[in-house]
Design a protein around this ligand. Structure first.
Ligand code: NAP
Ligand code: MG
Length: 462
């Protein structure tokens, strides 16, 4: 795997300030595939200076020209899609088909949506005797996780560029090669020097330096709630804007009128896809008492089919973390009906697709984000019980409701404390706002709501 040994700053690959490196490991076979530099506060500082220097010209670039650069970026991602998919598979471990369809397909769609939005968005509006200008927030510090390595980068960088902001990206240490490919694509697309900058490195070093840098106007972070809380506090102290996309423990509520087999099968697929490393995954399945045993049997059967197809989790630490959650589930009295804590293969960070029945709402596996292929099936007595259980965590990122009629599912969905709900298996929409209620985050990504995170208003009165 080809890797750059520098940082992409001010339109060129520059040597890193320090000498530390990060070894990139393929989680499917535990082999080191590349080394990238571990950035320091000095690299972050150089990148922020470049972003600040490029800001006035980029902010003043007509939206149609910004749109043209984002279109060009989308086109490079399309042209290089096989190489990107192979890179995601090599460093994340996701099966190649998933990498092609989702890890590359989604960011291409999102980049395309922001090319269109940049060209069509009303950056100026009239309110009574005022003209309101929507101006870029400034320099964005983007910090992204590894679970959808390209999507999470594009979901921040594309709207930032559309808004007229400049960016410094600190990607996850586990997936820096995808980020380097993205930087190459930005360069090929003719985005001016300094508008986008990449600093690879460790969270507590490069990430922290970026989040706390006084030259950054907005910190946009996706990752764990623990780190998000810290970044929010740092940004608050500096009176800096912040967008946080954090964890989830979403509920898949199957109402008695639903097509049970379909709801269970789609629900299991939703959790097992990407080896359960999806913040919006429906990791709690809620089933009515009268259908509980049937649902459990269907879910166990569906999970068993994933045994051969599932990829590894991202690293050894994550594998250990997921396995200890499975052990905790057993210890707290839940019933294993598929999978378990034993590693299914000798090599690679694999976890068996796991399903727990007899999970009660207060159990750890019903409350905490596991981030692995683990589904908890809970029982409810009636609708109000289902609603209480569904809303009974600190999170509120996503969810699903299934019913015979969409209207019944919608009525239930409106009472969920969560940012997005799929009705009877509704499809992902790259234009719909994505983000959380409660501790799942602050702010929204994607579509016009995602764009407005990168804008601030200036009102002129006449
Ligand atoms: P994380 O530590 O929150 O990582 C997210 C990003 O923040 C990475 O780029 C990380 O760098 C960086 N970071 C870490 N500490 C930082 C700090 N003190 N200041 C600034 N940036 C910092 O998440 P993780 O360790 O990869 O995963 C842990 C858990 O987080 C998972 O098990 C899962 O529950 C949750 N998670 C949620 C999402 C989501 O989409 N909401 C995504 C990933 C993980 P490094 O890569 O160097 O750590
Ligand atoms: Mg981390």
């Amino acid at each position: 795997m080809k890797a750059h040994d520098g940082m992409y700053i001010d339109g060129e690959w520059r040597p890193a300030a320090g000498t530390d490196a990060i070894a990139v490991v393929n989680p499917a076979d535990e082999q080191v595939i590349a080394q990238v530099p571990a950035g320091t506060a000095d690299d972050v500082d150089a990148a922020v200076r470049a972003a600040r220097g490029a800001l006035p010209a980029w902010a003043a670039t007509p939206p149609a020209e910004r749109a043209a650069r984002i279109t060009a970026l989308r086109d490079v991602l399309v042209a290089r899609k096989d190489e990107i998919a192979e890179t995601v598979t090599a460093e994340l471990g996701s099966p190649l088909k998933l990498s092609q369809a989702v890890h590359v397909g989604a960011p291409i769609a999102v980049a395309g949506s922001y090319a269109e939005l940049a060209a069509s968005y009303a950056f100026e509006e009239k309110v009574g005797n005022s003209t309101v200008h929507l101006e870029p927030v400034g320099v964005v510090g983007a910090i992204t996780p590894w679970n959808y390595p390209l999507h999470q980068i594009v979901a921040k960088v594309a709207p930032a560029l559309a808004a007229g902001c400049t960016v410094v990206l600190k990607p996850a240490e586990d997936t820096p090669l995808t980020a380097q490919l993205f930087a190459e694509a930005v360069h090929e697309a003719g985005v001016p020097a300094g508008v986008f900058n990449l600093v690879t490195g460790l969270g507590p070093v490069a990430g922290q330096a970026l989040a706390g840098h006084e030259g950054v106007d907005l910190v946009s972070f996706t990752g764990s709630t623990a780190v998000g809380r810290q970044i929010g506090a740092t940004a608050g102290a500096a009176v800096k804007r912040v967008a946080l996309e954090l964890g989830g423990k979403s509920a898949n509520v199957i109402l008695p009128s639903a097509d049970l087999a379909k709801a269970v099968n789609v629900g299991v697929a939703n959790v097992m896809s990407n080896s359960g490393q999806t913040c919006s995954a429906w990791t709690r399945m809620l089933v009515h008492d009268s259908q509980y045993d049937e649902a459990v049997a269907l879910a166990a059967e569906a999970a068993a089919k994933y045994g051969e197809r599932i990829g590894p989790v991202v690293n050894a630490k994550q594998q250990q973390r997921v396995r200890s959650y499975i052990e905790k589930g057993v210890a707290e009295g839940a019933r294993l009906v598929a999978g378990g804590p034993e590693a299914p293969r000798d090599q690679g960070y694999f976890v068996s697709p796991t399903v727990f029945a007899d999970v009660t709402p207060e159990m750890t596996i019903a409350q905490e984000e596991i981030f692995g292929p683990v589904l908890s099936i809970l029982r409810y007595e009636d609708e109000s019980d289902a609603l209480r259980i569904a809303n009974g965590t600190v999170y509120g990122l996503a969810g699903a409701v299934w019913a015979g009629e969409a209207t019944e599912a919608v009525a239930f969905a409106r009472r969920l404390d969560t940012g997005q709900v799929d009705i009877n298996g509704g499809r992902f929409n790259p234009l719909a706002p994505f983000g959380g209620y409660k501790q799942s985050g602050v702010g929204r990504e994607l579509g016009s709501h995602g764009l407005s995170e990168y804008l601030q208003t200036k009102s002129l009165q006449f």
